[in-house]
Design a protein around this ligand. Structure first.
Ligand code: ADP
Ligand code: F6P
Length: 319
């Protein structure tokens, strides 16, 4: 193998830059030419590639976002789009591609592999909705960002004796809500994976108030709805002034945590080593504190699960 390329796709996630850096530096360490593809699959289809040197990835390990930029590219879902992407890779004599993104990006990678392209996927999404890995790059940072915001909301919630509903990202996944909820001491966590009993949540608020509680934090995963759909109902049922906040895109930005930098560095380096070893259609997974690679078809066929232990613990701790 002489020449590889790397791209980031789907929603950006803190730590993607650290992963690109690891791919580039590992590639150069093994005397490979490394190309960066701009704007994900869109750049692959539209020939937006550039050779990257050792200094093109200097000073980025600590930065959020992705300097290669990212895109959601509908054309990649068509046969025509795949053909164009394959042609670009062939024109540039690229023998291996590293795709950093979520499960949608992995589906694109899978299709490229079916066309004979050597491809390795690296999970990068704040949603943490790829079952084959305990952590996707960016999830830890997003949870920390959400916790930081919730600490602040708790201050004002206490001062005003309020209920505060905090809406977090995650698309159809409740992972950010669950982890940020537990780690910020929220009373209730509403996620799409589990049924919600709003009556119970309101009863808990009322009992808490009777015991002298002066604030309530409720975390709502976006997959369940908007905080606006909840605050009036909660206020009416509990008689406690209720406010809401949507944390929004701040969860996608910011400097990656130490954990995400380590995860990205290991996954990036090992993805290149997988390509050199002749592997293809594999994705990097972090399971039980160990790094391994798995077939992408197998990874994508694993049923999505929420962390059941965490959910059980949340209901015991949030009182
Ligand atoms: P994520 O990778 O974070 O899950 P998306 O689901 O938006 O984000 O997917 C990112 C991109 O991956 C899409 O914009 C598209 O270019 C590509 N992609 C998604 N699904 C497929 C598919 N079934 N076939 C080919 N490419 C896909
Ligand atoms: O997949 C990451 C994510 O931030 C989801 O949590 C969210 O639902 C979605 O992307 C938002 O996408 P967009 O950037 O297209 O608004």
């Amino acid at each position: 193998m002489k020449r590889i390329a790397v791209l980031t796709s789907g929603g950006d996630a803190p730590g993607m830059n650290a992963a690109i850096r690891a791919v580039v530096r590992t590639g150069l360490f093994y005397d490979l030419d490394v190309y960066g593809v701009y704007k994900g699959y869109k750049g692959l289809i539209e020939n937006e590639l550039e050779q990257l040197g050792v200094f093109s990835v200097a000073d980025i390990i600590q930065r959020g976002g992705t300097f290669l930029q990212t895109a959601r590219c509908l054309e990649m879902k068509t046969d025509e789009g795949i053909k164009k992407a394959v042609k670009t890779l062939k024109d540039y004599k690229i023998e291996g591609l590293v795709v950093i993104g979520g499960d949608g990006s992995f589906r694109g990678a899978q299709k490229l592999s079916q066309q004979g392209i050597n491809v390795i996927g690296i999970p990068g999404t704040i949603d943490n909705d790829i079952t084959c890995t305990d952590n996707a790059i960016g999830f830890d940072t997003a949870v920390n960002t959400a916790i930081d915001a919730m600490n602040k909301i708790r201050d004002t919630s206490s001062s005003h004796n309020r209920v505060n509903v905090v809406q977090v990202m995650g698309r159809h996944s409740g992972y950010i809500a669950l982890y940020a909820g537990i780690a910020s001491g929220a009373e209730s966590i509403i996620i799409p994976e589990k049924p919600t009993d709003l009556e119970e949540i309101c009863k808990k608020i009322i009992h808490g108030r009777e015991r002298g509680k002066i604030h309530n934090l409720i975390v709502l995963a976006e997959g369940v709805g908007e905080y606006r759909d909840y605050i009036d109902i909660i206020e009416k049922k509990t008689g406690v002034t209720t406010r809401g906040t949507n944390l929004g895109y701040i969860q996608r930005g910011g400097a990656p945590s130490a954990f995400d930098r380590m995860l990205a560095s290991k996954m990036g380096a090992m993805a290149v080593e997988c390509l050199i070893a002749g592997k293809t259609n594999r994705c990097m997974c972090y399971q039980n504190a160990k790094m391994l690679d798995m077939d992408i078809d197998e990874a994508l066929s694993m049923p999505y699960t929420i962390d059941e232990d965490a959910y059980r613990i949340a209901s015991m701790l949030g009182i």
